[in-house]
Design a protein around this ligand. Sequence first.
Ligand code: ADP
Ligand code: ADP
Ligand code: ZN
Length: 754
Amino acid sequence: KQNDKKQNDRKSAGFVLVRGAREHNLKNVDLDVPRDALVVFSGVSGSGKSSLAFGTLYAEAQRRYLESVAPYARRLMDQVGVPAVDSIDGLPPAIALQQQRGSPNARSSVGSVTTLSSLLRMLYSRAGSYPPGQPMLFAEDFSPNSPQGACPGCHGLGHVFEVTEETMVPDPTLTIRDRAVAAWPPAWHGQNLRDILVSLGHDIDKPWHKLPRKTRDWILYTEEQPTVPVYAGFGPEETRQALASGIEPSYQVAAQRIASAVSQRVETLVGLGLGYLSLDRSTPTLSPGELQRLRLATQIRSNLFGVVYVLDEPSAGLHPADAESLYAAFDALKQAGNTLFVVEHDLHLIRRADWLVDVGPDAGEKGGRILYSGPPEGLQDVTASHTARYLFGAAPAARDARAQARVARDYLRLEGIRHNNLHGVAAAFPIGALTTVTGVSGSGKSSLVSHALVDLVSAHLGQEVAREEQGDGEGEGPVSSMRAAGRLAGGQDAIRRLVVVDQKPIGRTPRSNLATYTGLFDDVRRLFASTRAARARRYDAGRFSFNVAKGRCDTCEGEGFVSVEMLFMPSVYAPCPKCHGARYDEATLSILWNGKSIADVLGLTVEAARAFFADQPSIARSLSVLEDIGLGYLRLGQPATELSGGEAQRIKLGTELQRSQRGSTLYVLDEPTTGLHPADVDRLMRQLHALVDARNTVVLVEHDVRVMAQSDWIIDLGPGAGAEGGRIVASGTVETVVANKLSRTAPYLRQAWA
Ligand code: ADP
Ligand code: ADP
Ligand code: ZN
C-alpha cells in the first residue's frame, strides 16, 4: 500500500518508473528517474548502462511508437522481441542520438544532416542575383516519405519510418491551406510547398479527402522536384493570371527569414565546436562523435518538447575545452521541456547531472544492479561503486598511477606533412615511449596520426595495413582515399611492424565473434575433434566450425540468427527458428568435451572459459589477456554485431597482446578510452605501458586527461580547429605541456596533474 502511494506520488511528480528490468545482464531492477532533467547513467564498461538506457527505456519508447504508426511493425516486434521489463510508466516519446559505427550514408553531408543545404538552396533561388533574362527558378522536395525526406518527428535523425497517409494527414477533412498535411514543416517552408502546389494548379482549398487519389499520392510520395515560378499567397486563379501575364514572381516572402534561420543554425554548430566542418563534408568522413553532435545541433533547433533524448557518450571525441558548449546544448534542450538520458563516463558531465544512475558494481554477470539513483553527491556513500572512487578522489591521482616517465634516445621523425589542415608540419614521436596526441576537436590529430603517421610508416614497411574496413563496398563509397604527403626523416629503422588498433567492427555479421577473431577458437575446435567420440565418427576440426557446411545448422548456415530485412531501416537479426542460436546440427552438438558441447563453450564468458580451459595453456593464455583488458564479461560467441566500438577495439588489442612480443612495433590507437569507465582506463593504460616495456612504441589520440597525464610524451595540436589549427603548439613531457601558455589542453591537464 505504502509502495503504491509512493509510486503514485512519483508518477505525478514527473518521474519515469521502471519495474522489473531484465534486459541482458540487468538483475530484475526497479528504477525511478525524473523527467525534464539531465539523467546520467554511469558504471564500468559492460555493467549494463546501455541495456538500461537504450535496451530498455529507448527500446520501449520505440516499440510504442512503431506500434502506433505501422501495423507491420508489430509482426517485427514479435520476431526481434520486446525489452525484458515488467512495466514502464511515465515514459515520453524518445529519440536516440547514438554513435553510429555502422556505415552511414555516403550521400549525406554536413549540409544535409543539418538541413543547412536546403536552406541555402532556397536562399539562392530567391535572393540570389540572376543573369538578365533568366526566370526565377525554384525547387522543393515534396516527399517527406522518400528515404531522403525527413520524418517530422525525428528531423532526419536517420530513423526513417514508413509513414502512411493516415499518419501524415491525421484529419482528411482539412484543406491543404489549413495544414492537412501535418507532416509538412510549419512556417515558411510548409508555405512554400503550398505555393508550389498552387502554381502547379492544385486546389489547396478543397478538403483533403475530396482531392483525387492520384493528386494525394503525388503530393505525399513523389520524389519529383518541380521547378515553377511561385507567387506567394496567390490563389489558383490569381496565379494563373500572373503566369499568363508574365508578372515577376515574388520572393523578397522569405529571404531575410531564411538568412536568419541559416545564421541561427550556424551559430549552434559553432557553439558545439563544429564550426570547422564544411557543408559538403560527407558524413562517413566524420567521427561518430562529430556526427552525434551534428544531430544534436539539429535537434536544438527543432523546437520539440516533451521528448526524451537518449545519448551514448556524447563527450567522445570532445576536447575538454569543447565540452562546455555541449553542456550548454543540454541546458537548452532541458529548458525547452525535454529530458536527457545520457550514458557517460566523463566525470565532468557526471558531476553536472541533475540525477545520477550508477550501474554495477562490475561487468556482465557481476553487474546489472542499480547501485545508486539520485543527485550525484549522494553517490559518495556507496562503497561498492567504482564511479564513486573516481568522482570523490579515492582513486589514485593520475600522476601517481603513472610509472616514471621514460626518456627516449631516438625519435621517429616526420617532415613536410600535408593532409587536411596540416600544411608542412614536422613532428617527432619518441621511440620506445607512450605518446599522446592532443588538441581540440578538428585541430588535426587524426590527420597527423591516423593518416600521416600510418600512411608514411606503412609505405616505408611495404605493409598494406590499417584502414582495411574503409570504403569496403558496403555503400560507403571511397572514404578519403588521399594519402597524406610527407616523408620520414629519421628513426624509421627502429620500427619493424605497424599495428593500428581502431574502433571499427571486427566483423559485420554474427559470423565473426571474439573466439574466431582472436584465433582461440581454432584450438577449441581441435580439442573437440580429438575426443574419442569425434574420432569414432571421423569428425575433424572443420566439423566444429560454423563457417563450413559440415556440422553447422543448415537453416541459418551457422549464424545462429536469421536476418529480417526491413524497409528504410537496417536489417535486424532474429534468433534462428531451428537451432535457436546454437549454430550447429544435432550430431555435432552431441560431441562433448568435459561435459560441454561446442555451442555451450561459445556461450561461456571469457572469465568462465578461463576456469574451464585452465589446463589448456594456449587457450588459457589468450583468455587471461582478454580478462586483463576488461573483457572478462563477454561471451566467447558473442556476435560481432553485438559489440560496441570500444569492445571491438579492445578485442583487437587483446589479440595483439597475446602474440609473443618481439618489440620494435609501432601501435597506433585513436581514442581507445571511448566507452571506458575511468577504472577501465587505468587498466588499459597498464596494458599499453606493458607494450612499451616490451620495447614497442605506442601513439594515442586522446581527450581523456587521465590518459594524457599517464603518458611519457605529449604532442598538442592546435591552437584551434580547422584552419585555426594544424600546428604543433607544444611537444614534450607532461610538465612541459602543462607550462605552455598557448595550449588549450594545458589548463585541463594541469587539473589532472595537480
Ligand atoms: P555498458 O553499457 O554498461 O557498457 P551493456 O549494457 O552494453 O553495458 O552490457 C551489459 C551486459 O549485457 C554485458 O555483459 C554485455 O556483454 C551484455 N550484452 C550487451 N548487448 C547484448 C546483446 N545484444 N545480447 C546479449 N548480451 C548483450
Ligand atoms: P581531429 O582529429 O583533431 O579532430 P582531424 O584531423 O579529423 O582533427 O581534422 C582536421 C581538419 O581536417 C578539420 O578541419 C577537418 O574538418 C578536416 N578533415 C578531416 N578529415 C577530412 C576529410 N576526410 N575531408 C576533408 N576534410 C577533412
Ligand atoms: Zn540455425
